[in-house]
Design a protein. Structure first.
Ligand code: 99T
Length: 202
């Protein structure tokens, strides 16, 4: 398998954490890429019209995207159970994944707005709205942090990647200060070998 990869992308990291947790990491060749919403990487676009990472090329040559699909594919391929099969555990894991992906989507919009969009074209109210999504998302994470203990599934993996991404790109938010229960959970979860093997790099 081949994965269009970026060492900073939390969505790529979700896939790589799943790959490590399921024993598939050594079977994935990382393809360097430069996904960008404006200067689009045509080598990715050839396989994924959205031009985003992660994009996985399977051993059969099929292109899979996005991170939700790739994570579920890897889990199924390995015969693992990071996506609980049914019942409340499944809906909880999928909803936590959606919460985490939503926080990441807001964070990435802020990142693109502040690191890429030319200054005169920026709209501060819009950025403030996205930052508020990060804050309300973190508040939910804090409220449910005790329910994360002991769980290793696609929900907790996604939330772990969210907090790692905030440390990488939004350290100034100092999210731990107002979210001590989430911080305590993250400290333990982030020590997992799969998380340590995939620490993000700018
Ligand atoms: O928007 C683009 O065209 C290029 N951006 C990406 O490829 C980002 C890189 S994170 N990936 C996604 O937006 C994937 C989202 C998708 N829903 C999924 O896979 O779950 C780069 C982060 C950073 O450098 O700070």
């Amino acid at each position: 398998m081949k994965l269009f990869h970026s060492p900073a992308s939390p969505y790529v990291r979700k896939c790589m954490v799943v790959a490590h947790e399921t024993g598939l990491a050594a079977r994935i060749e990382l393809l360097p890429s430069a996904a960008h919403p404006v200067n689009r990487d045509r080598s990715i676009v050839e396989r994924n019209p959205l031009g985003k990472v992660p994009t996985l090329i399977t051993d059969e040559g099929d292109a899979l995207y996005d991170s939700r699909v790739i994570c579920e594919y890897l889990d199924a391929h390995a015969g693992a159970r990071l996506f609980p099969a049914s019942g409340s555990a499944r809906w909880r894991a999928l909803t936590d994944q959606a919460l985490g992906d939503g926080i990441l989507d807001a964070a990435l919009l802020v990142r693109y707005e502040t690191a890429m969009r030319p200054e005169p074209l920026r709209w501060s109210d819009w950025t403030a709205g996205q930052l508020d999504k990060i804050h309300t998302g973190l508040a939910r994470l804090e409220a449910q942090a005790e329910g994360l203990a002991g769980r290793v599934d696609i929900g907790t993996i996604t939330l772990g990647c969210v907090l790692g991404y905030l440390d990488l790109r939004f350290a100034h938010l100092a999210w731990r200060d107002a979210h001590p229960r989430a911080a305590a959970w993250f400290e333990g979860f982030n020590a997992r070998p799969a998380m340590q093997a995939t620490l993000p790099k700018a």
